[in-house]
Design a protein around this ligand. Structure first.
Ligand SMILES: *[C@@H]1O[C@H](CO)[C@@H](O)[C@H](O)[C@H]1NC(C)=O
Ligand SMILES: *[C@@H]1O[C@H](CO)[C@@H](O)[C@H](O)[C@H]1NC(C)=O
Ligand SMILES: *[C@@H]1O[C@H](CO)[C@@H](O)[C@H](O)[C@H]1NC(C)=O
Ligand SMILES: *[C@@H]1O[C@H](CO)[C@@H](O)[C@H](O)[C@H]1NC(C)=O
Length: 899
């Protein structure tokens, strides 16, 4: 029985995979249009896909597109057989309910979003009868942001087949006039060049991209599945020297302010660079390259400081110095020599950066603090809230803090909050070959401050979006929207006040800038711009607040999202389908929730009912909302099947369909109070995640007062935890390859045909062909082993051996940590859990520390590791040595090929 179910599941899965890339003979996209209209930097894009089912039977047809992260979806509809089915934006809870109902009726429910670097994906499907057609229509909206002197509209085209009638139409209308327009992106290559037409007449521009079916197959990046790439339309508008452009209609106004004829304000800039161990390799190399370039770009009247940090803070110079060529030379050679090592003391580093800037007040200058880090705070003050309050107090609103989070191991929300609290911004630096360019690009954006303390004043205006900006940088733009009280344009008086170098400047000439304002015909567009900006800013504000204030802001953002039908992180779109079909729920993922690598599959977008009721399920089943389990894990019986290892989950665009596992617990979960586990009499082996995604730090404790040894193991390796041939007992564990937790899977082989697997979904017992699932809440036996889960630990006793699997949570993600509580009397026992305590001697030689183990000396670095062998892990100091040194044999001896 168990077997049959499992096989069906696999078959179903393979079919699903096959269905994602349709053959033209099955269903045919006969028309695919993207139509984007940009008016005053506000882009409304409609994607229309028309598909025919060519089969003699009904067929599930998929619509799958990618849209910019910054956009809000505002409309989705399907036309089938003359009927229109509209998506409806609802609160998350309402959507959830509808979704849950669908699930309880036994219908499948779909997920329709995920994140890439700049894109999110929208995916839904519908069953279409034989020889019938369906039309999908998706609308999204975004305010284009001016960066480095231009606006960019990104259009991603990937219809998944060559399409006979394929068209991208872009129309741009800017009342100030378009100064240049340029078409870039992978799709703008030679092979496709003649498919692009660009027309530009003063205030209007058109870009058409009509590749033939043949071109869609032959272009670079394209193939038998047709186009796959971006078309990027970059443009800039003409600018006057003052107020910029103010448009008003229907009682709303939008003001674009971006003067460029101001002198540059000299900067005091401090770079605080993480050089912890996790930065090693390519990241530190790219950081060095970027720093050298950035230093080259400093202006002579800029002052700068350079701090690198791990657990210690290192200065190039103890104070800010002028960017003279000598100083730059010195800083560059320092930058080139930055080495990675140690842990991450963000608190001390940022405070030190602040101290440097505070110690160097300079009239008419602009101070900027830039933090680059790739990990969580792991040394010094590590509590994020505490660091935030320290930093906020130290900076005291005097200058902005920009946080650059390098890679996906950072706690981005922490960085985001910290920068927003200090009027800065957080950015992700994607771990990729162009990371140095991303760093340089970011620096360029803040390289030329033109104004500080910018206050936008609108007499006769109300319900304004943000009006105070600490800095205005050349190449960027300040956008403010609001309502005009009683739509009285006569008394509406905008004014901008700011400080340029030492001078207070006022911009107030409204008549010229308002000239175009009364030409309306924008059909409520300005109001949508206002709503878009307001929702974006409220969502940011929400991060900074707590308690009832936060609820207020959330409520306001939610109401606007609903009113304007925006799919934001607070709302969902329910896509209703023809009778008898599942309901899809579309969520907007939050930045950073689904990284672009393998984690791309980790669908934060999961609207799973179990996700909403966090507390009702034992943590064993994954942390709601932060699930790191690809939806595939939810397929019953899948997780342990041979041939469907994690490799199957590596697809960067995983299937976002969830089917509920039949062994999800449904009852209420009451945590049982147990005493904290006592340290064993035996020595302890504990592990700590380090700061690299693919590296884990292990501790080998000892029985003396001196610090334990620690070592790092990288990769998603399978480790031999305990092998006990005479008892026929083998325990292996798989390190989590994605996050920095410990083990994500542990398998105990009790006999050749009896295996118990612990993964974060539950406990699976496979005896011969029979598979059973357990939560462990009730004691059960498997062969000679008895297994029970108590609170956050699973106790496994087999003969005279007792292993406790501790379940820890870090950043909302769970991992396992096994501890051997009772050793067997037999002595043919080996594995990571059976290591002897560390016995070593410290040797100091000219400030270099070595440890002497069995007469051999090894280099050691003072570091820290978490002791995960106890219920509440604590960070402790340890001597970091190589794995081979710590283990006293090759690490390879502790690896296994198969779980
Ligand atoms: C694109 O959309 C705009 C606005 O809805 C519409 O006026 C225009 O005709 C469309 N263009 C094409 C080529 O469909
Ligand atoms: C600001 O940028 C404009 C072009 O976008 C440039 O002409 C001007 O020189 C820049 N100003 C400064 C101070 O660099
Ligand atoms: C904006 O700045 C002005 C002048 O600096 C100040 O009076 C006002 O309170 C600020 N407003 C907000 C919302 O911070
Ligand atoms: C401000 O506007 C008025 C009336 O439109 C115009 O006469 C004047 O020259 C403008 N002043 C500046 C400084 O641009």
């Amino acid at each position: 029985m168990g077997r049959a179910v499992a096989q069906l599941t696999v078959l179903g899965l393979l079919l699903a995979l096959a269905a994602t890339l349709p053959s033209k003979d099955d269903w045919n996209i006969y028309s695919f249009h993207i139509n984007s209209t940009v008016t005053s930097r506000y882009a409304t894009t409609v994607i229309t896909s028309r598909v025919a089912n060519r089969m003699d039977e009904s067929k599930e047809i998929e619509f799958h597109v990618q849209i910019p992260k910054n956009a809000f979806i505002s409309k989705f509809r399907m036309f089938i057989d003359g009927e229109a089915y509209d998506g409806v934006v609802k609160t998350k809870e309402q959507a959830q309910q509808q979704y849950t109902q669908a699930v309880t009726r036994g219908q499948s429910a779909g997920i329709v979003s995920s994140v890439g670097r700049t894109l999110e994906q929208f995916k839904t499907s519908v069953t279409v009868a034989a020889h019938k057609k369906v039309t999908f229509e998706l609308t999204y909206e975004e305010l284009l942001k001016r960066t480095l002197g231009k606006y960019e509209l990104q259009i991603h085209a990937r219809p998944m087949q060559p399409v006979k009638d394929f068209k991208v139409d872009v129309f741009i209308h800017e009342k100030a006039g378009i100064s240049f327009i340029d078409v870039k992106g992978e799709l703008s290559t030679n092979a496709l060049a003649n498919a692009i037409t660009k027309t530009h007449v003063d205030k209007q521009a058109w870009v058409y991209f009509y590749p033939t079916e043949d071109q869609q197959k032959t272009c670079s990046n394209c193939g038998e599945h047709g186009l796959n790439g971006d078309l990027i339309i970059a443009y800039e508008v003409n600018r006057d020297s003052g107020m910029g452009e103010i448009k008003a209609s229907d009682g709303y106004f939008v003001h674009h302010f971006a003067p460029s004829n101001l002198p540059q304000i000299p900067k005091n800039v401090v770079f605080v660079i993480d050089q912890s161990g996790s930065m090693s390799g390519k990241k530190i190399q790219q950081t060095r390259t970027a720093l050298v370039h950035i230093l080259n770009d400093l202006a002579e009247d800029d002052f700068f400081g350079l701090i690198t940090f791990d657990h210690e803070i290192l200065h190039w110079k103890q104070e800010l110095v002028r960017a003279t060529s000598d100083n730059l030379q010195g800083a560059k050679s320092y930058a080139r020599s930055i080495q990675s090592r140690g842990s991450t003391n963000i608190n001390a580093a940022v405070l030190e950066g602040t101290r440097l800037l505070n110690a160097h007040p300079r009239e008419g200058s602009a101070s900027i603090l830039i933090l680059l880090t790739d990990g969580d705070p792991t040394s010094g003050v590590t509590n994020p809230a505490k660091i935030q309050s320290n930093v906020r107090r130290a900076i005291a609103g005097k200058f902005p803090l920009y946080c650059l989070g390098f890679g996906f191991d950072v706690n981005f929300e922490f960085l985001e909050k910290m920068s927003l609290q200090n009027s800065g911004e957080a950015r992700r630096i994607y771990e990729d070959s162009d990371a140095d360019l991303q760093l340089k690009g970011f620096y360029k954006e803040v390289a030329v401050p033109l104004l500080t303390e910018v206050t936008m004043i609108y007499i006769g205006g109300t319900n304004l979006t943000q009006t105070n900006f600490s800095y205005y940088y050349n190449g960027s733009e300040i956008v403010v929207a609001g309502e005009i009280t009683d739509n009285d344009i006569e008394t509406f008086t905008p004014q901008v006040v700011g400080i340029s170098k030492n001078r207070r400047v006022t911009f107030s000439n409204t008549s010229s800038s308002m000239v175009t304002s009364t030409e309306t015909a924008s059909g409520g567009l300005l109001q949508r711009v206002w709503a878009y900006l307001t929702v974006k800013q409220l969502l940011e504000k929400e991060l900074l607040l707590s308690g009832s204030e936060r609820e207020e802001v959330k409520k306001e953002a939610l109401e606007l999202s609903l009113k304007y039908s925006f799919v934001t992180p607070l709302t969902s779109m329910v896509v209703t389908k023809p009778q008898g079909e599942s309901t899809d729920v579309l969520h907007k993922p939050k930045e950073g929730e689904t990284p672009h690598n393998r984690q791309g599959g980790f669908g934060l977008a999961m609207p799973a009912p179990n996700m909403q009721h966090t507390s009702r399920h034992p943590p064993l089943y994954g942390q709601p909302g932060l699930s790191r389990h690809p939806p595939l894990y939810g397929l019953p019986g899948l997780s342990g099947l041979p041939g469907l290892s994690d490799d199957a989950l590596d697809d960067p665009e995983p299937i976002h369909k969830i089917t509920y596992s039949s062994y999800f617990p449904t009852g209420d979960f009451q945590p049982i109070k147990t005493e904290a586990p006592r340290p064993s009499n035996d020595f302890l082996l504990v592990a700590s995640p380090t700061f690299v995604p693919l590296s884990h730090r292990f501790l080998i404790k000892n029985e003396t007062q001196s610090p334990p040894l620690c070592f790092d193991v990288s990769g998603a390796v399978l480790l031999k935890l305990l092998h006990h041939p005479s008892r026929g007992l083998y325990v292996n564990g798989e390190l989590d390859s994605v996050t920095n937790g410990g083990f994500q899977k542990i398998v105990i082989h009790l006999k050749t045909d009896l295996h118990v697997e612990f993964n974060t979904l539950g406990i699976k017992v496979q005896e011969g062909q029979t598979v059973t699932h357990h939560t462990g809440q009730d004691l059960f036996t498997a062969g000679s082993a008895t297994i029970i889960r108590r609170n956050n630990e699973i106790d496994v006793a087999a003969d005279d051996i007792r292993i406790v699997i501790l379940i820890h949570t870090k950043d909302g993600k769970e991992f396992y940590w096994p501890v051997l509580r009772q050793r067997s009397s037999a002595d043919d026992i080996e594995g990571i859990l059976a290591l002897k305590p560390a016995v070593y001697e410290e040797v100091q030689q000219n400030s270099v520390t070595k440890v002497k183990i069995e007469d051999q000396e090894f280099y050691a670095t003072s570091s820290t590791a978490f002791d995960y062998s106890v219920a509440s892990p604590v960070s402790m100091r340890c001597w970091l040595v190589s794995a081979d040194a710590a283990l006293q044999r090759s690490l390879n001896d502790f690896l296994v090929a198969k779980l």
